[in-house]
Design a protein around this ligand. Structure first.
Ligand SMILES: Cc1ncc(COP(=O)(O)O)c(C=O)c1O
Length: 404
């Protein structure tokens, strides 16, 4: 039996800890529990029969290609479909600016691999997506958090931080943002902040990593240009997209848009990871898009989630205790909203009470790189049914009222 395995781990890996969130979520496996905890799309959106039908076609018509290795950059046919899809979003790019990835989590890891040395600084929102924090942590990055408000990352605070960092001659490698319907807070970066963010990137000569899994899922308000679009090819933005929330996370398909030089680096880094993203899954996604199904599908998802979002907001209004320090965000899109509780709350402790009442949420603490988030929680509205949303919020409000 191998002893002292710990001595064999790399420094980067030995710093990684088991996710507290995952441990807590194990308690929510029972079917009676109404869970607002996952980040999952609703399975009722998965186009199962269409996919079954087109898989047959992929295998019979394109089997030899789909079962073979493919180019690291991605299937050119899928890239062509993505070009058409993003054109409607106002985003234009050339084939040298894209790399197909095994969903956006791999893209985040690639960003870490390409840019981060030990103790390099990364600016992140407070709170921020836990999977990105883990990806960057695995390259021993250090985080500088910038608070969010209803308009996304506080650019005034970001300016101050950057100024200070320049004085200390320790500028960050990049700023990580989720501009549209942020995970976990549900807030959207305003247009004026997007523009100032780009100005700052130019002034300080640093990159912006824009993560956009929820971008197509807008339910209210006006569409805003992506940072990639606003950058207009200057090369300050690395933009990450995924099929996970608009088609299926099981396909594990996403893509990076960036300056062509950077794409070359990502390609080399990806080759060392998995050679290429599954050509079979790319062929499925290509066929799905080529048949004109994606746009219609996204429109249908929007109708479903828009309703669920409304049901959750109405249930919160109805059941939550009225208290000046209890409030929540009203996201214009995406899958989540963020509930802020009085400072006296400890959502980690309260989680066990919630599970007893058969309702679950994600503790706010998981989304911070410091000890914050004890009095905040993330609620997902895409996965539970409308009836479960109402009943679950009623149960959660009862638990919160007990702790006031
Ligand atoms: C902001 C953000 N980035 C990346 C991901 C990873 O998604 P995937 O790897 O399925 O594309 C998620 C998943 O919830 C997310 O919320």
């Amino acid at each position: 039996m191998l002893r002292q395995l710990e001595n064999l781990y790399s420094i980067n890996v030995s710093r990684l800890e088991k996710s507290v969130i995952r441990e807590l979520l194990k308690l929510t496996q029972k079917s009676e529990i109404i869970s607002f905890a996952g980040g999952l799309p609703s399975p009722e959106t998965f186009p199962v029969s269409q996919i079954a039908d087109l898989i047959k076609d992929v295998v019979t018509k394109d089997g030899l290609g789909a079962l073979q290795y493919g180019p690291t950059e991605g299937d050119p046919r899928l890239i062509n479909e993505i070009m058409k899809f993003l054109k409607d979003d106002g985003i234009r790019f050339k084939s040298e600016n894209i790399l197909i990835t095994s969903a956006s989590q791999q893209a985040l890891d690639l960003v870490g691999k390409v840019f981060l040395n030990r103790n390099n600084l990364v600016i992140v929102g407070r709170p921020s997506y836990i999977g990105a924090l883990s990806a960057f942590k695995s390259y021993s990055a250090k985080f500088v958090g910038v608070d969010l408000d209803e308009e996304g990352m506080r650019i005034d605070l970001l300016k101050e931080k950057l100024h200070q960092m320049r004085l200390e001659a320790d500028l960050p490698k990049f700023i990580y943002v989720i501009p549209d319907f942020q995970n976990p807070a549900g807030v959207t970066l305003s247009l004026s902040r997007r523009k100032t963010l780009l100005e700052l990137a130019r002034e300080y000569q640093i990159l912006i990593v824009e993560d956009t899994p929820y971008r197509s899922l807008r339910y209210v308000g006006d569409h805003l240009p992506s940072l990639y679009q606003l950058d207009n090819g200057e090369g300050y933005v690395v933009s990450i997209f995924t099929f996970s929330k608009i088609l299926s996370p099981g396909l594990r398909l996403g893509w990076i848009l960036a300056n062509s030089k950077l794409i070359d680096k990502f390609v080399v880094a990806k080759q060392a990871m998995d050679l290429c993203t599954s050509p079979f899954n790319q062929a499925i996604a290509y066929t799905y898009c080529h048949r004109g199904l994606l746009k219609k599908h996204v429109e249908e998802i929007i109708v479903l989630y828009k309703k669920k979002r409304m049901v959750m907001l109405e249930a919160l209004e109805k059941f939550m205790p009225k208290h000046p320090d209890i409030h929540w965000t009203k996201p214009d899109g995406g899958l989540f909203l963020w509930v802020q509780l009085p400072k006296t709350f400890d959502v980690d402790d309260m989680f066990y009470q919630a599970v007893k009442e058969e309702v679950a949420y994600v503790v706010g603490t998981g989304f911070y790189t410091d000890d914050s988030g004890k009095n905040a929680m993330r609620l997902n509205f895409s996965y539970p049914s409308e009836e479960d949303i109402i009943e679950g919020i009623r149960r959660l409000a009862k638990v919160i009222a007990k702790n006031l």
